[in-house]
Design a protein around this ligand. Structure first.
Ligand SMILES: [Zn+2]
Length: 90
C-alpha cells in the first residue's frame, strides 16, 4: 500500500525593497513601490523628519496624542504622500 506524500514546490514572490511586503504577481509589486509608505521617493509621512510619533497619555485614563506633523500639516485623517514639506530625517 502506498502513501501519498505532499510534493514540495518552490515559488517566486516579488518583494518591495522598502517595506518587505511580497506579492505573487510582479505587476502588483511594481505598482506598490512608488506609493510605498516606506519609500523615501514617495515623500510620505513614515519616512519624513516632520513626523511626530503618537504618544501615550500621562496616565491610563487619559487619552494619548495621535501622530503629528511638525510642518503643521493636518494628518489626523490620514498620512500624506508626495508632500511638499517632506524632509529626509537627519
Ligand atoms: Zn513597500
Amino acid at each position: 500500500m502506498s502513501v501519498d506524500l505532499p510534493t514540495p514546490i518552490v515559488v517566486t514572490r516579488h518583494q518591495c525593497p522598502h517595506c518587505r511586503r511580497t506579492w505573487a504577481k510582479k505587476a502588483a509589486a511594481t505598482a506598490h513601490i512608488p506609493r510605498c509608505w516606506q519609500n523615501p521617493a514617495a515623500r510620505a509621512c513614515k519616512t519624513c523628519w516632520h513626523l511626530e510619533p503618537a504618544e501615550d497619555g500621562p496616565y491610563p485614563e487619559h487619552p494619548g496624542w495621535p501622530e503629528g506633523c511638525t510642518a503643521s500639516h493636518d494628518i489626523s485623517s490620514g498620512l500624506r504622500a508626495n508632500c511638499p514639506s517632506w524632509q529626509r530625517p537627519a
